[in-house]
Write a protein that binds this ligand. Structure first.
Ligand code: DAH
Length: 335
């Protein structure tokens, strides 16, 4: 048996313990221990509720009130501690996740253009500003566009100068960009003003100045009344834009089946003693104009073909064509 007074004393003692325990709560574990000790299913408050039956029936109502009060005190204390802990956890998380806005950002490396692409674009832009547009043609070309239409018939010894890789008897990898001239003229009436950049192939063994894969830019201007003087002017503008001011220019005689006359173009830097050969050029051979159905009596034109690698090597003083293809970033990053 238990009396109401005894219950009161027990409750007071328990409240004392409860306050003491509250004062020592300092982490999640002690909050949990508090919950188990006072509010758990087998906790001290539940144990007291079970003892209500030991009281005199007339005291049981009062006992229930007292115990409910005790339970509420314990629950409220627990809820408060739990809320405090949650606040602390959040504060800590915010603190841990703080972003320092003054730190430098994480940079990812940017790609950049290959020097040959840069040089090609620079040359394109110079001629585009002079009114030329860019045309392209296939790298896998027919014998007709690569040779016949360019006035190089079968059995002509000049075919050996453009020897290349054959896909089959009539199909080859183009050894120059000149076939693009034919393809464009077939589709267009004069005037024609184009430049044709692109990759070319030759049966060359790789060394410091040769590569079986390389790039050219072809130029073609066909209209009434054009002469070598116009060619010279276009080349002077180009040289000044691409290499700089004060260069001298020299034409020497050469032979190409698709031009008549044909010239080799040389330039000399101010103060230099050596002439540099920069391209082959000439007045488009009437046979080539006729091959595309142009009236060769009425129209004249000029053309040239230059090597992009060669232009880059001359401009930047590079003495080995192989560096363009070895993927050495120390080289490529310089441009
Ligand atoms: N196709 C010639 C070559 O690869 C270069 C060339 C010379 C192109 C004279 C031309 C030209 O258009 O008129 O060697």
């Amino acid at each position: 048996m238990m009396t109401l007074d005894e219950l009161r004393t027990t409750i007071e003692a328990l409240e004392g313990d409860l306050q003491q325990r509250l004062a020592t709560i300092n982490d999640d574990a002690s909050i949990d221990a508090f919950r188990v000790e006072f509010l758990g299913r087998k906790g001290r408050v539940s144990q007291l509720f079970k003892r209500i039956g030991q009281l005199d029936p007339s005291d049981r109502g009062k006992a229930g009130q007292l115990l409910n009060g005790l339970k509420q005190t314990a629950s409220a204390a627990f809820a408060e501690k739990e809320a405090e802990a949650q606040g602390a956890r959040l504060a800590k998380q915010l603190d841990d996740e703080q972003v320092d806005m003054s730190l430098p950002g994480v940079h990812s490396k940017l790609g950049y253009l290959h020097p040959l692409t840069l040089v090609q674009r620079e040359i394109e832009s110079i001629f585009m500003r002079m009114g030329f547009s860019v045309a392209t043609g296939p790298e896998m070309e027919t014998e007709y566009y690569n040779f016949d239409a360019l006035n190089i018939p079968v059995e002509h010894p000049a075919r050996a100068d453009w020897d290349t890789f054959y896909i089959d008897e009539k199909t080859l990898l183009r050894p120059h960009t000149s076939p693009v001239q034919i393809r464009v003229m077939e589709q267009t009436e004069p005037p024609v003003r184009i430049i044709c950049p692109g990759r070319c192939y030759r049966r060359d063994t790789q060394d410091a100045t040769h590569s079986p894969v390389f790039h050219q830019i072809e130029l073609l201007w066909v209209e009434e009344g054009l002469s070598l003087a116009n060619l010279k002017h276009v080349l002077e503008v180009f040289t000044e834009e691409f290499f700089g001011e004060g260069y001298e220019m020299l034409f020497s005689g050469d032979y190409f089946p698709f031009t008549e006359p044909s010239v080799q173009v040389h330039i000399k830097a101010p103060g230099a003693s050596d002439w540099l050969e920069i391209m082959g050029a000439g007045m488009v051979d009437p046979a080539v104009l006729s091959a595309v159905g142009y009236d060769a009596e009425r129209y004249t034109g000029f053309a040239f073909g230059l090597g992009i690698e060669r232009m880059a090597m001359l401009k930047y003083g590079i003495d080995d064509i192989r560096v363009f293809l070895t993927n050495d970033l120390r080289f490529i990053r310089q441009f």
